[in-house]
Structure formats: structure tokens, C-alpha cells
Ligand binder design. Structure first.
Ligand SMILES: Cc1cc2nc3c(=O)[nH]c(=O)nc-3n(C[C@H](O)[C@H](O)[C@H](O)COP(=O)(O)OP(=O)(O)OC[C@H]3O[C@@H](n4cnc5c(N)ncnc54)[C@H](O)[C@@H]3O)c2cc1C
Length: 439
């Protein structure tokens, strides 16, 4: 399904942001004959799905793994004919540390948790208490919609699991994975994300693209009018039109459109949209993203591949230490990936070198290797935080956006779930709203 040539009277749409949400929306709108232009601040598509060069290192800007339970994403991959480019991953094990003890943990959601020696027998039996909620999440919940489990938005995940007698499960298995992979503490997020991914993860597979996740964004962007180096500074809606102003490679720009779809990170949208309608203002004020700070220690010789998730009490205040052997090319040297703990995520906003936090704690890990240099990576808006009460706010906003035609729309992972599949579903949902309102 490619873009249809736009009809002369087709509404003109400007999408701000060429992440998966913006590109999916542009792709779906183009296929319906809308005239769509995408403005992207950076020099390549994909947002938090692309690869970037930082001080000569090729690094991921964000996502690593995809899950087959994302219906919209799987449909998009099929529509783009990318099925042959995906590789399934499975059976990988990570290591977790809790109070000085290191133990293996299966990566991703899996019934292998039941075999884990870290879980006392009473908690293995206690997991039965979760079954009705998992069954409900599987039957009624949509893994691409945090708001599809309205009953699970009221308390935090830690309390939710402790109330069910699952405190070892929470501390040893759930918390390290949430802190490391998501930068979220279990006492700050509602249970919905955990329940949806656990319930739909069983029987699903984890995959990636053979040549990197950039494959998806590049394929999506290839058939679209995407303009790079175009940083929007102001999105405004007037009587009968909308506009985007900003700075491009050739200087300041102003583009008139019938509709603007803002598909930036949710934490930026509030700053871009001039005098938003009250429901949009209220919602955007409720969006919170966590930051992430990663220091990459480039090594003289590789260490064996290893991914260690550290507990909240670890003195290093790191969440993950991963040894990446690399391919040996100058862009992909052997290195240690050192992700700071969520409580240090403020470092993502500061300028001080991150190595100061980390270097003193690497003695036992380096095993005779020398750190040749440090490269810092900062992601100020990593993931939208699904805190208790957030899903209900998101749903209220989405219902308002869907109710009747708007000049300015929103899409992004923060309107679905904080995963690539969620961003894709949000782009598709907002495109469907626009098609319904403006066809
Ligand atoms: C470290 C990390 C690890 C992750 N791991 C996974 C994972 O393993 N699996 C998974 O499914 N998900 C993962 N995610 C989440 C996933 O990457 C995101 O949920 C998803 O990519 C978000 O897509 P999006 O389109 O909503 O936003 P984005 O990808 O952030 O796209 C927004 C776009 O808007 C552009 N933009 C911003 N401001 C402007 C402006 N003023 N003008 C023009 N353009 C602008 C940005 O440059 C960007 O291209 C991870 C994220 C991070 C950060």
C-alpha cells in the first residue's frame, strides 16, 4: 500500500516529527490521498528507533527489541513487505544482582520465571493469584493501549504485587527489569503496562530487524515527503487553517496547512503548540517522561558478552552494565554500556561527564581491560511514565481528540504504550481520526 497521489482539494497535512508515530500516521494518510509533508528536526527518520553517531560511536537512540503482540506494527511490517527482514530472538538470559548476589533471569516475559530459583515456592504458588488479572488483560486488554485496563490504573505496581504476596517476585524479577530496560521504578508506575505485556507476551516472540530497527523507519519514510533539519518552534491554529514555524537548514520557515499533527515526544508537544485548547493543555501538562544517561566505556580488548541488571541498593547506582564485544570496526569497538539508575536520570539534563559516577565502580568488571575513552549519551525524554492515573487522563484526551475535527492533533507513544508498537498504533489511531473527520 503506497501513497496515493493527493487530490487537488485534499486537505494539506503537516506532520511534525518523523518517529514511528509520525511516519505511520503520514503513511496511512498518504495512502488515503491526503497531501502530507513531514518535518523532522534531525537528519534521519526513526526518532527513538534510529541509530545515531556520537563521537564516532554508532549507538541506538532507543529501542532494541520488538514484540509480535503489536497488531498494528505487524500489519505495517506486512504492508511494507519487510517480513523477510526480521529476525526472531529468543532464549536470551540476562543477569540480575540483588544485595550482592547475581542470578540469571530469562529476558522478556516468559513462563521460565516459574523455574527461577530466586522465587520462593510460596510465591510461585502465589502467582496463581495473578492469573485472573492476567486472563483479563489477555482477553480484554490491548497491549497497544494502556487505557484498555481501566481497573489497573489506581495504585502503583509495587503495592499491587505486594498486596498479592509477591514481594520477592517484585524485588528480584520485576523491579530490576523495569529499572534497567525502562528506567522506571515499580513504585512510580501503574500495573497496567506490566499486566498487558506479561499477558500478551506469553506465546509471543521477540524480534528485531536484521540490519537494525532503522530499516522500518527508512522504509516508511522512503515513500513520503519528509524534510530533515526542520525544527518546529511553534504550531498554531487559526480560523480555517493551521501553521508551523521554525528553523530549517536554509533558515527560518513558516508552513501553512489545513491540519498539523504533532508527533514529537509528548514532553515537547506542550512547548510547541501555541494556545492549545483546554483539554489538550490539561492532558499535555499531565505527561511526564523519564530521562536516561548512559556512559559508554570504550575498551582496549573485548569482554565476553554479558548483560547485568543491578539492584536499587547497588553502590554504583548503575541500572545496567553490559559488555558489548562489538564488531571491531571503529564505529563499533568493544565497550561497556553503563546505564545510570533511574534516580540519577537528572544527569541526562546536565553537562558534567558521566564517567565520574561510574569509573570508581568498574574494578571488578574490567578484568584487566583498559578504558581508552568515555562517550556519554543522554536521552532527556526517554519514555512516557505510566504513573497511576495517567491512563485515564490519556483516554479522556483521546476521546476528546476523536470526537470532532481539529486543526491540531497529537500522536506518539505517550498516547498508547511506551513501546515502538504503541507509537505505531497511536500514529494509526490519529490518522484514522483525521481520515474520519476530514474525508
Ligand atoms: C533507551 C530506549 C530504549 C527503548 N527500548 C525499546 C524496546 O526495546 N522496544 C520497544 O518497543 N520500545 C523501546 N523504546 C521505546 C520506543 O523507542 C518509543 O516508544 C518509540 O520509538 C517512540 O516513537 P514516537 O514516534 O512516539 O516518538 P519519537 O521516536 O521520539 O519521535 C519523535 C520525533 O520528533 C522529532 N522532533 C522532536 N521535536 C521536534 C521539533 N521541534 N521539530 C521537528 N521534529 C521534532 C524527533 O527528532 C523524533 O524524530 C525505547 C526507548 C528508549 C529511549
Amino acid at each position: 500500500m503506497g501513497a496515493e497521489p493527493a487530490a487537488a482539494n485534499a486537505p494539506r497535512i503537516v506532520v511534525v516529527g518523523a518517529g514511528i508515530a509520525g511516519l505511520t500516521a503520514a503513511y496511512r494518510l498518504g495512502a488515503k490521498g491526503f497531501a502530507v509533508t513531514v518535518l523532522e528536526a534531525s537528519e534521519s527518520p526513526g526518532g527513538r528507533c534510529r541509530e545515531i553517531m556520537v563521537e564516532g560511536l554508532r549507538l541506538r537512540a532507543g529501542a532494541r527489541l520488538l514484540y509480535s503482540f503489536h497488531a498494528d506494527l505487524m500489519r505495517l511490517i506486512a504492508d511494507l513487505g519487510l517480513g523477510d527482514h526480521i529476525v526472531r530472538l529468543g532464549g536470551a538470559t540476562i543477569e540480575c544482582e540483588d544485595r550482592g548476589r547475581v542470578y540469571p533471569l530469562p529476558m522478556g516475559v516468559s513462563t521460565a520465571v516459574l523455574r527461577s530459583a530466586e522465587l520462593p515456592l510460596r510465591e510461585k504458588l502465589g502467582l496463581a493469584r495473578l492469573l485472573p488479572e492476567l486472563a483479563n488483560a489477555r482477553l480484554r486488554g490491548n497491549p497497544d493501549d494502556l487505557a484498555s485496563l481501566p481497573g489497573q490504573d489506581g495504585i502503583d505496581l509495587q503495592r499491587f504485587l505486594h498486596k498479592r504476596g509477591l514481594s520477592a517476585f517484585e524485588r528480584r524479577l520485576v523491579a530490576p527489569a523495569f529499572r534497567g530496560a525502562r528506567g522506571w521504578d515499580t513504585d512510580r508506575v501503574a500495573p497496567a503496562f506490566f499486566l498487558l505485556t506479561a499477558a500478551h507476551g506469553i506465546g509471543a516472540h521477540v524480534f528485531t530487524f536484521r540490519d537494525g530497527l532503522g530499516t522500518l523507519a527508512t522504509a516508511l519514510a522512503s515513500g513520503l515527503d519528509v524534510r530533515y533539519g526542520m525544527r518546529a518552534a511553534r504550531i498554531a491554529a487559526g480560523k480555517g487553517h493551521a501553521s508551523v514555524e521554525g528553523n530549517g537548514l536554509d533558515g527560518p520557515f513558516r508552513i501553512e496547512a489545513d491540519i498539523v499533527l504533532c508527533a514529537t515526544e509528548g514532553s515537547l508537544a506542550g512547548r510547541l503548540i501555541d494556545t492549545p485548547a483546554q483539554p489538550m493543555r490539561n492532558f499535555l501538562a499531565s505527561v511526564r517522561y523519564n530521562g536516561m544517561a548512559i556512559a559508554h566505556a570504550v575498551l582496549d580488548r573485548p569482554l565476553p558478552a554479558r548483560q547485568l541488571f543491578l539492584g536499587a541498593d547497588h553502590p554504583s547506582r548503575l541500572a545496567i552494565v553490559e559488555s558489548v564485544p562489538g564488531s571491531g570496526s571503529p564505529e563499533d569497538p568493544p565497550r561497556l554500556f553503563c546505564e545510570l539508575a533511574p534516580e540519577l536520570s537528572g544527569e541526562a539534563e546536565r553537562d558534567l561527564p558521566l564517567s565520574g559516577h561510574i569509573a570508581p565502580h568498574l574494578d571488578g568488571i574490567l578484568d584487566g581491560r583498559t578504558v581508552e575513552r568515555w562517550v556519554d549519551q543522554r536521552i532527556p525524554a526517554m519514555l512516557p511514565l505510566p504513573y497511576p492515573g495517567y491512563a485515564a487522563r490519556m483516554k479522556t484526551y483521546r476521546d476528546w481528540q476523536s470526537a470532532r475535527p481539529r486543526r491540531v492533533y497529537l500522536a506518539g507513544d505517550y498516547l498508547a504504550t511506551a513501546l515502538v508498537g504503541g507509537a505505531c498504533a497511536s500514529g494509526g489511531r490519529t490518522a484514522a481520526d483525521i481520515i474520519g473527520h476530514w474525508s
